[in-house]
Design a protein around this ligand. Sequence first.
Ligand code: 5AD
Ligand code: FES
Length: 353
Amino acid sequence: MDKKRIIEWLKTEDQSALDDLWRQADKTRQQEAGDEVHLRGLIEFSNYCRRKCGYCGLRADNQSLNRYRMSQDEILQCVEQAVKFGYGTVVLQSGEDFGFSTEWLEQIIKEIKKRTDLAVTLSVGERSMEELSRWKEAGADRYLLRFETSNPRLYRRIHPPLPGEQSDRISLLRRLRELGYEIGSGVMIGIPGQTYGDLAEDILTFQSLSLDMIGVGPFIPHDSTPLMKDFEMSQGSPEQVPNTEAMTYKTIALTRLHCPRANIPSTTALATLNKAQGRELGLERGANVVMPNLTPPEYRAMYEIYPAKACIAETAEQCHSCMKNRIRAMGRTIGKGRGDSPAFLHGSGKEQP
Ligand code: 5AD
Ligand code: FES
């Protein structure tokens, strides 16, 4: 699809055309990724962050947040739960926390690999090549790093570089791939100042990077961040992408059509907009992955990237049975094994021109 056509889809409100889009995306998902829904156990192990992203509640200068970093033992207990629940993957996620050492995370990865058959996904921000290759050698399989927006000017505005450093997540993703990681990325939908053209370009960028995993979710403004004000001011401008459920489904469906073999989660941010049905509708419109939260309840509320996050008051057991029931009720099956992306297994991992 060319950019113009993608923009038309993003703008359309024609319900029968949209029903067609959902059907196409669902069919492509079924043919290329199958009926299995893969479960990734999410462990939000630290909310320390050295960055000042304009959108994120974990930003360094948000002083209204209590900070935590789980111990190795606490993390490994969550890993045990992942095994008990039959998950194929654990995702170790944190803010850009420079308060733990390379070795500390390396030991955790090695221990998980020694004790289990789980795939290990890291999502710990922009790190040095040295660290990324050490963690790969320790056994990490995948890396998640959203590029947030493909518009470089918008990116710099919402994600200011640290003094003396440059932030180029797209080039970092390429280097992660060269290290042998399965790579995942994604964007937020409805960032203040994001146009339909920007979002269409995001989808084309997913395709040209041949991503293995693509997570998209609505931007949800957070009171303790600078983008709250920008958000209020941006509303009503005709080229502004709305941060709605409908726009998220359109993006998921178009992403599936452009990246048929990628793993695409139905995200927590989407479930936050529609707690009753959001996850299911994502899974019916192109997604094939969900990420049940394994973070212990005492830490969950402190991982407040955005307000009113779904599952904030639930335990790992509750999220597990909730997800399982939802997937079964839809007539889909729960994925067995690691659930590597069909794109990665087919060795596509090559960029498209
Ligand atoms: N609303 C929605 N998503 C957000 N993220 C960060 N802040 C917000 C927000 N306010 C997303 C970013 C980040 C991921 C971990 O969470 O895309 O990469
Ligand atoms: Fe957490 Fe439903 S997945 S409560």
